[in-house]
Design a protein around this ligand. Structure first.
Ligand code: TRH
Length: 398
């Protein structure tokens, strides 16, 4: 909550890029929203500026500190930094339980009042999340308590990242065919491709892309698949018959595949809004697809012992209830064998059935967005939680 006569709240986010772009994608989105909508002075500590620059083209990769879009971005080089209590923020967020520098934690313990310390966890639709959301975890040696904060799909979680201007921006864009056509044209998409059934493809390397391309190639509906450079690996290269560089495209049968550049996050939203079906992955693009009012297929981030299959099923149970064909297609896309059918998936049939349900799935997409937004957005819920903790006198804090 921002009150004009109060000193500006400070907040630090520590982000360790595990791999890919989701960690920094989520932290960057959160940092910008906290600064813009909650007037919080945000410092974002990131270890891998090169990954960051991929989704934020204007960022310098060799700067120790830089101001970018109202956020102070600090290069988190190692665990050796020295920190004074005055450098410690009012609210400290560690993303995905990354280990923040020990001397920063020590300064947190010396600072009065102690900062609100939050561990922002990954997104899951599993039931257990509700029981863990905002649980306190007292530090074993210092007078500090860390709180677990879980994003989620219900009112008993922290909700999902969603900027207050997003709906209006999307509505304006989707109600303006010229704007959509111009946007796609800027990415090199030809009018004939823009007029076809457009699919954006963002998945992990192990996705069964070749099999799906074959199914799309042999249908009677013209399909244009827009794939960011570096995604879809060998399958895209094989279809194109050459290196999958930006601007390369090829048509075989009913399928045209075009390689796009990796674009900024706001432009990636526009791509999702302009397409008819979106294949997304991980966490952030998965959430952005849920705000696009378009059907989407999720490629979940793989985990050992197929732990991710449980997460996938938990989400499909909530989202694809009554949409059996979406459910079946999503399981096969993630390598989960369908009940009683442990052979290779029949992609032409899976695609034909999914295609037949697109109108129904599109209606569900709109309904789902309204349902999830009722829980409030992650940034606002997190600020409200932190404000509540800060209003409790030190001696009464857990
Ligand atoms: O890149 P990811 O696979 O990141 C993953 C997941 O977040 C996963 O949950 C996490 O455990 C793992 O990292 C370590 O997928 P994700 O989450 O969709 O993040 C991609 C980001 O890239 C997202 O913010 C959207 C952004 N993006 C662009 O900005 N421009 C683009 O052109 C594309 C394709 C993506």
């Amino acid at each position: 909550m921002f009150l004009p006569n109060q000193p500006q709240t400070s907040l630090a986010i520590f982000c360790k890029v595990v791999d890919n772009y989701g960690d920094i994608g989520i932290c960057w989105r959160l940092a910008r929203q906290l600064q813009l909508e909650h007037r919080i002075a945000v410092t974002l500590w990131v270890d891998d500026l090169r990954s960051f620059q991929r989704i934020c083209p204007g960022l310098a990769v060799d700067a120790e500190a830089q101001e970018f879009a109202g956020v102070t971005v600090r290069h988190w080089r190692d665990q050796e930094g020295e920190f004074s209590t005055s450098e410690v923020a009012d609210i400290v967020i560690e993303f995905f339980g990354c280990d923040i520098p020990p001397r920063y934690v020590a300064a947190m313990a010396e600072r009065s009042p102690h900062p609100v310390w939050i561990n922002l966890e990954g997104l899951s639709a599993e039931e257990w999340v509700e029981g863990c959301h905002t649980l306190p975890s007292p530090h074993p040696r210092m007078p500090l308590t860390k709180y677990f904060f879980y994003p989620g799909f219900t009112g008993k979680t922290g909700g999902l990242l969603h900027e207050s201007s997003l709906e209006e921006e999307r509505r304006q864009f989707q109600s303006n065919p010229d704007a959509m056509q111009d946007f796609l044209a800027c990415l090199g998409v030809m009018p004939s491709e823009a007029a076809s059934f457009k699919i954006s493809l963002f998945c992990y390397p192990h996705a069964p892309v070749s099999a799906l391309f074959k199914a799309w190639q042999n249908t009677d509906t013209a399909v244009t698949c827009l794939v960011p450079e570096g995604v879809g690996g060998e399958a895209v290269k094989a279809f194109l018959g050459t290196e999958a560089k930006v601007g390369i495209m090829r048509t075989r049968g009913a399928l045209t595949v075009r390689v796009l550049p990796f674009v900024s996050q706001p432009d990636y939203d526009k791509l999702l809004w302009a397409c008819d079906l979106n294949f997304v992955r991980g966490e952030d693009s998965f959430v952005r697809a849920q705000w696009a009012d378009k059907p989407f297929i999720w490629h979940i981030y793989p985990q050992d012992e197929n732990l991710h299959h449980k997460k996938l099923r938990a989400f499909l149970t909530r989202y694809a209830d009554g949409l059996e064909r979406l459910h079946a297609f999503s399981l096969c896309w993630n390598g989960v064998a369908l009940e009683g059918n442990d052979g290779m998936p029949n992609w032409p049939s899976l695609w034909t059935q999914l295609q037949g349900d697109i109108p129904k799935i599109a209606l569900k997409a709109v309904e789902w967005r309204h349902q999830v937004l009722k829980n409030g957005d992650l940034a606002s819920n997190l600020v409200a939680f932190a404000d509540k903790r800060r209003s409790i006198p030190e001696q009464n804090k857990v």
